[in-house]
Design a protein around this ligand. Structure first.
Ligand SMILES: [Zn+2]
Length: 252
């Protein structure tokens, strides 16, 4: 297990610091990420959680009891590395232990997303990794894994650590009969990887529905994945702008 020798990155490498003439706080980044992903299919009622490690070592996380489409910056909780509430007016999700273990064991990771988007959850239930059928379907590198031994009891430290260790460095995992787990260095990569996995799963389901198709060749998929490995800041900014236009209170 990797110990928590902190990898301190400048704030603007983990979070979007500016959006045109606006300065964005880490809490505003996290609130926007919730809303942006809700629109991408991360919309299983009040389920799921996001956590983001700050340069001080504390974690920002989803407040329990809100849908991701209603989270505002002031709703985002701050917890310590043991999951104890430091700041915020809502409850800490019980399953935050899975996130705490991820941040403890993966100092290269700053943002963790867990949810049950429709199509990723369907492939996770089928215990199958969907083929890549288009340009937005690849992560490259360690890629997408199916984790069939995902252990419940996500408020248990030992179980949470075993779950994270089993991912073996994969940035995105389908958790069998459960949902998806995304690990990323920053909010931009967390957004793109979350978008990619649900897009890939939805497209592959469509392709199967019409009788099957031809997956992208491995070398092409790897090349595509290398382009998305750094995230897609312009996509993040464009989607963030839309959320702010729709409901500026996301930043409050
Ligand atoms: Zn879950």
């Amino acid at each position: 297990m990797t110990t928590t020798a902190e990898i301190i990155q400048p704030l603007d490498q983990m979070f979007l610091s500016h959006l045109h003439d606006m300065e964005l706080s880490p809490e505003q980044n996290v609130a926007l990420l919730h809303r942006m992903l809700w629109r991408e299919g991360y919309n299983d009622r009040i389920a799921g959680h996001i956590s983001a490690r700050t340069p001080s070592g504390s974690l920002l996380c989803t407040p329990y009891g809100l849908g991701w489409d209603e989270v505002r910056a002031s709703d985002v909780l701050t917890v310590d590395r043991g999951g104890r509430l430091l700041k915020g007016h809502r409850d800490v999700p019980i399953a935050i232990t899975l996130h705490l273990a991820a941040h403890e064991m993966r100092p290269d990771i700053h943002v963790v997303v867990h949810h049950h988007p429709r199509w990723a959850t369907a492939w996770a239930a089928a215990h199958r990794v969907p083929p890549i059928y288009d340009q937005l379907g690849s992560f490259g590198g360690a890629g997408l894994m199916l984790y069939t031994e995902f252990l419940g009891g996500v408020d248990d430290w030992d179980v949470a650590r075993r779950n994270i260790a089993a991912l073996e460095g994969a940035p995105v995992a389908l958790l069998a009969n459960h949902g998806v787990l995304v690990l990323a260095e920053d909010v931009v990569r967390a957004h793109l990887r979350s978008v990619v996995v649900e897009h890939r799963c939805a497209l592959a389901a469509d392709v199967e529905q019409i009788g099957g198709g031809q997956p992208v060749q491995d070398d092409v998929a790897r090349a595509m994945g290398s382009k998305t490995s750094d995230g897609w800041p312009l996509l993040f900014e464009a989607m963030a702008r839309r959320e702010i236009d729709r409901d500026p209170s996301v930043l409050e």
